[in-house]
Write a protein that binds this ligand. Structure first.
Ligand code: ADP
Ligand code: MG
Length: 403
C-alpha cells in the first residue's frame, strides 16, 4: 500500500469512532466524487459460526445440503468487506436514499447486498461484502462474443430484479458492475444515483400518442411565438421562437456522460428504467468496437451531437419531438440516417480493406451480427420500443450464453 493511501486509511480509522474494533482496514479500492471505498477484514467474523442469521437457518433446516449452500449466496456477513465512506458533503436525503434502496434490493441476484451501515456524527459508512473482480480496462479488448453473452446475462439479471422493484439505477457503466471474467459472475454496485421510477415526474409529451403530441407541440410553440412577437412588437413568424420565453425545463440528468440515454439528454420529465438499458447498450457497443470509452463528450449538447453522428439527424430529431424538444444543427457532416452498427464496428476494429471494385473484403462473423441485432434493441432511441431487462434475458443473444 502506498504511503499516501496508508495515511488516508489511518486518518479514516482515527476519525470514525469504533471502526477499528470491528474492521481491519487493508487498502483503498475506490475513490469517486461521492465516496471512498476501502477493503477491510471483518474481525468479528469468526464469532459467527457462519455467515447467515438464525432465522434464515431455521427456515432452511429441511433443505438438502446442496440446496442450503445455494441459498447461502446472498450473504449477511462476509469475512472481507468493502467499506463505502459516503462523503459528508452528500445530503442526508441522498445517503438515506442509497441505503434504503440497497435494503429493498438485498435479495436480488447479482446486486451487491448491504450488510449493514454505521454513522458517526456526520459520517456514514455502508458495509458491503467484498467482491473479487477485475478492472474492465484489463479485459474488455480480449472478450469473445461468448464472454460478452455471459457478462450481459449477469448484468441484465441484476437489472431485471432492480427494475421489477421499479428502481432505476441511473449510472450503469463498467466501474459500477464488478465483474470477474474467470467466474463469469458480477455484482451491480453504486446505488448513489438510483431512484424509484416516477419520482418527480411531470407530464412529458412522450406520454401522449403521436397525434396528440403534435397538437400540443404546435400549440406550445404557437404560444411562445405569440409571446415573443408581442414582446418585440413584431408580427408573429411561423417558425421556432428565437428568444423562447417558456421556462427552461428541468429534469434529472444525473449519470455519467457517454452513458446517458437520448431521453435523459433531451430532459424527458418521465424517465423510466429504459434509461438503464440504453447504458447497457453503450457497454455492448464498447465491447464490440473495442473502444473504451466509446462516447466521451464534454457536456450534454456534445453528447447529443455524438449520438447524431452515429444515429443520424432524423432519429435524433424524432427523439427530440417525442419529448417536446426541437433539435436543429448546422453541422454539415452529419448524415440524415447515420451509420449502421456493422459499419461502425468494422471501422473501429480496423477491418476496412476493400477489393479493386471497392467491395468490402472483411466482414463480421455471424456471432457478431447476432450481437448487433441485440445491440439495436438496446440502443433504440425510443424508450418505449427499447428492449426491457426481462425481454433481453429471453433474447437469442443472451439465451445462447447457456450453451
Ligand atoms: P462511487 O459512488 O464513489 O462511484 P461505488 O459504490 O461505485 O462508489 O464504489 C467505487 C469503487 O469501489 C467501485 O468502482 C469498485 O472498484 C469499488 N467497490 C465498491 N464496492 C465494492 C465491493 N463490494 N467489492 C469490491 N470493490 C468494491
Ligand atoms: Mg461508482
Amino acid at each position: 500500500v502506498d504511503e499516501l493511501v496508508q495515511e488516508d486509511i489511518d486518518r479514516f480509522a482515527a476519525s470514525f469512532e469504533g471502526i477499528t474494533k470491528q474492521y481491519r482496514l487493508i487498502n483503498r479500492i475506490g475513490e469517486g466524487t461521492f465516496s471512498t471505498v476501502y477493503k477491510a477484514e471483518d474481525l468479528l467474523y469468526d464469532h459467527f459460526e457462519n455467515d447467515w442469521d438464525i432465522e434464515e437457518k431455521e427456515n432452511n433446516r429441511y433443505l438438502t445440503p446442496n440446496r442450503r449452500k445455494e441459498k447461502r449466496q446472498p450473504r449477511r456477513r462476509a469475512h472481507y468487506v468493502a467499506i463505502k465512506k459516503i462523503y459528508a458533503t452528500s445530503s442526508p436525503i441522498r445517503i438515506l436514499n442509497e441505503l434504503e434502496l440497497l435494503h429493498d434490493l438485498r435479495k436480488c441476484p447479482s446486486v451487491c447486498p448491504l450488510i449493514t451501515a454505521f454513522r458517526d456524527k456526520d459520517q456514514v459508512i455502508a458495509i458491503l461484502p467484498y467482491f473479487q473482480h477485475r478492472d474492465f480496462r484489463d479485459y474488455f479488448r480480449e472478450m469473445s462474443i461468448h464472454d460478452m453473452r455471459l457478462y450481459f446475462q449477469s448484468l441484465i439479471t441484476a437489472l431485471s430484479s432492480v427494475h421489477r422493484h421499479s428502481i432505476l439505477h441511473r449510472d450503469i457503466k463498467p466501474t459500477n458492475f464488478l465483474y470477474s471474467p474467470e467466474h463469469a459472475r458480477g455484482v451491480l454496485v453504486d446505488f448513489g444515483l438510483a431512484e424509484r421510477e416516477g419520482t418527480d415526474w411531470h407530464t412529458c409529451l412522450c406520454a401522449f400518442s403521436p397525434n396528440e403530441r403534435m397538437m400540443k407541440q404546435r400549440t406550445s410553440i404557437y404560444a411562445a411565438n405569440q409571446q415573443e412577437a408581442a414582446a418585440q412588437g413584431t408580427k408573429q413568424q411561423p417558425s421556432y421562437p428565437k428568444n423562447d420565453s417558456r421556462p427552461s425545463r428541468r429534469a434529472n440528468r444525473a449519470g455519467t456522460r457517454g452513458f446517458r440515454a437520448p431521453e435523459v439528454l433531451l430532459k424527458c420529465t418521465m424517465q423510466t428504467c429504459a434509461i438503464d438499458m440504453w447504458s447497457v447498450g453503450v457497454v455492448l457497443l464498447t465491447l464490440l468496437a473495442k473502444r473504451f470509452p466509446f462516447f466521451h463528450s464534454a457536456d450534454d449538447i456534445d453528447a447529443l451531437l455524438e449520438l447524431t453522428n452515429v444515429f443520424g439527424r432524423k432519429r435524433i430529431r424524432e427523439a427530440a419531438i417525442m419529448h417536446g424538444q426541437v433539435f436543429e444543427t448546422n453541422i454539415p457532416s452529419y448524415s440524415e440516417n447515420g451509420y449502421g452498427f456493422e459499419k461502425i464496428i468494422l471501422w473501429c476494429t480496423e477491418r476496412t480493406k476493400k477489393d479493386a471494385n471497392g467491395k468490402r473484403i472483411e466482414t463480421l462473423d455471424p456471432e457478431e451480427v447476432e450481437a448487433i441485432r441485440f445491440l439495436e434493441r438496446l440502443l433504440d432511441c425510443d424508450p418505449q420500443k427499447r428492449i426491457t431487462a426481462d425481454e433481453a434475458l429471453q433474447h437469442p443473444f443472451i439465451l445462447a450464453a447457456d450453451h
